[in-house]
Design a protein. Structure first.
Lengths: 265, 313
């Protein structure tokens, strides 16, 4: 589904601040793959996501999604097929627009065939209500309220729904539960797992939680220095313990883990 | 001052308020929705007036309206392209276009800074002819303005709920979100400013035809006057209210502004004070909430200083 072929990215090239953020990185995700990514700060996780989403164009290498070369496709065109959630729950929704309008924006944008002046139909509204009910947060009765009134957890759950209401070819989760309180984080994670499994969405999830990295999805990746240094799945992954992963993490990041956020639970 | 005089004053204020409310609605779209302060508004207002007047003088009163709107759209397109595609800061883009439009407007009027429409057939005189003999004959100007404003409000309410309208609103509401979703912010800014400037130009066109003359200064200060009206309207229907009510609030704000202005003139305020008053209103409306939020802190600081000692630093 997603194929990254030898992508590299240097920030501030030719200056003293030059930094190789992605180093000849290759990655292939099969349809339905759900990979969790761990790595210390500065390992290149967010840069990887930005490269895939199109925040910048990579210096070299190719990016293919579902067989289509999108190396030079601008961000807003890629995001028709790529859903993305950020750590900040305020980032994915428009606060002064209603729940319904936010969903409409997400729903209408993914269908390029629809005319720019198309409006929401009652059938669309019914679909939104149905999907909101699945979140089990009572939002289906508050569709006309501005999103700014919702809690962080509710906003992130809504952002998840917006990103997946038309199943994307790829879902990027950039520590999307890290800023939520434990109960809300658990709820959003549960919703994420249900959605991804139901629609068989190919998904990449950055996390700092080592047990999550082994528990969620079918692959675990570790990044360090702009490369993928560990890629396990299947039997090998099942055999891996949280302790093993942490040892490997410390070795790769070259620290004792003191100044890095590692969550064990 | 007789009752008849008062009534006529009120009617003039209503008519002027309705005409300028088109500019207020334009700012509602660009300033409140898109979060762009479009400083080309003054020049664009004058552009609408001059283009409309030229077309009316050529004997096409009805054509003058779409012609003015098209000219406004073109001006909005330039402002928008400057800020989205050419790296010019959005405030600066407006100022640059505004300055350029001064020359354009003089050129449109044929190297003159004043044009007389006294003998010209305008949309108002056409309507006056159509209504002559009916009960509404005396109200033709208000009626024309009311009709245009009604259509504009209707259009905005429809437009802001379309896919494009939602994208424009999101662009102003959460640019972070929009950049990472599939909205092309350059496109939404361009479309938003084109539509807004079409209304600004229409507003100028109608004002020129209603007062039967165009002056190169007809639009000067319009952006502040319209902002003042918009902020007055916000007092009635703030941003938590439905869009329909908020557009209505913009119209009410414009009319109220003109009524207060008319009242001030009655109380012998000199006419040239209009722009100072509108500036003061904008300052109060924007900085009022900010200063109020700072008030508790100032009080604490003052108290601390009174008690002396520990609070000193």
């Amino acid at each position: 589904m997603l194929s990254l072929q030898n992508i590299s990215m240097t920030f501030h090239p030719g200056t003293v601040n030059a930094r190789l953020a992605l180093d000849d990185l290759s990655l292939h995700l099969a349809p339905g793959d759900f990979a969790a990514i761990v790595g210390s700060n500065g390992a290149g996780k967010s840069t990887l996501f930005n490269a895939i989403a199109g925040n910048f164009f990579v210096d070299s290498g190719r990016i293919l999604l579902d067989g289509r070369d999108m190396t030079f496709l601008p961000q807003h065109k890629r995001s028709r097929q790529i859903g993305r959630l950020f750590q900040d729950p305020l980032r994915g929704t428009a606060p002064n627009m209603s729940i319904e309008e936010n969903l409409a924006l997400a729903y209408l944008r993914t269908s390029p065939s629809k005319a720019p002046f198309s409006r929401l139909s009652n059938r669309d509204r019914e679909l939104f209500r149905e999907r909101l009910r699945l979140l089990d947060m009572g939002l289906e009765d508050r569709m006309r309220q501005p999103v700014g009134l919702l809690s962080g957890g509710q906003r992130q759950a809504l952002t998840l729904l917006m990103a997946t209401i038309v199943p994307p070819k790829l879902l990027l989760l950039d520590e999307h539960t890290a800023a939520l309180d434990p109960a809300a984080a658990e709820k959003v994670l549960k919703l994420t797992r249900e959605t991804v499994e139901r629609d068989r969405i190919t998904c990449l999830m950055v996390t700092h939680n080592m047990s999550q990295a082994l528990e969620y999805g079918n692959r675990t990746l570790m990044m360090a220095g702009g490369r993928i240094v560990l890629d396990v799945s299947g039997e090998e992954r099942r055999a891996l313990s949280v302790g093993d992963l942490i040892d490997r993490f410390r070795k790769e990041s070259g620290t004792e883990g003191d100044n890095d956020r590692i969550l064990l639970e | 001052m007789s009752a008849a005089n008062l009534l006529s004053l009120g009617q003039t204020a209503l008519e002027q308020g309705l005409i300028s409310s088109l500019t207020v609605l334009a700012l509602f779209l660009s300033y409140s929705m898109l979060n762009v302060c479009d400083l080309s508004t003054d020049g664009c207002f004058t552009l609408g007036a001059t283009v409309g007047a030229i077309v009316a003088l050529a004997g096409h009163p009805w054509l003058s309206l779409p012609a003015a709107m098209a000219a406004g759209m073109l001006s909005g397109l330039v402002t928008a392209v400057l800020q989205t595609k050419m790296g010019v800061d959005s405030l600066l883009a407006g100022i640059i276009v505004n300055t350029g439009l001064y020359s354009v407007n003089i050129a449109v009027m044929g190297n003159a800074s004043f044009m007389n429409l006294n003998q010209t057939e305008t949309v108002f005189t056409v309507l006056k002819g159509l209504l002559s003999g009916s009960v509404l004959a005396g109200q033709y100007k208000t009626l024309a303005a009311l009709l245009t404003v009604g259509l504009t409000v209707g259009f905005l309410c429809w437009f802001l709920h379309t896919r494009m309208g939602l994208a424009i609103r999101a662009t102003g509401d959460n640019p972070d979100m929009v950049r990472s979703s599939s909205v092309n912010t350059a496109l939404t800014t361009i479309v938003g400013l084109c539509v807004a400037n079409a209304f600004t130009a229409l507003s100028g066109c109608l004002l020129a035809q209603s007062q039967k003359s165009v002056n190169i200064d007809i639009g000067s200060g319009m952006v502040t006057i319209a902002l003042a009206s918009l902020l007055i309207g916000n007092v009635f229907f703030n941003r938590t209210r439905p869009l329909g009510l908020r557009t209505l609030g913009a119209v009410i704000g414009a009319i109220l502004f003109r009524l207060v202005y008319a009242l001030a003139l009655l109380l012998r305020m000199p006419a040239y004070m209009l722009k100072l008053v509108s500036s003061v209103i904008v300052v109060i409306a924007i900085s009022g909430p900010y200063l109020r939020s700072r008030l508790p802190l100032w009080k604490r600081q003052l108290n601390a200083r009174r008690k002396g000692g520990a609070g000193e630093c």
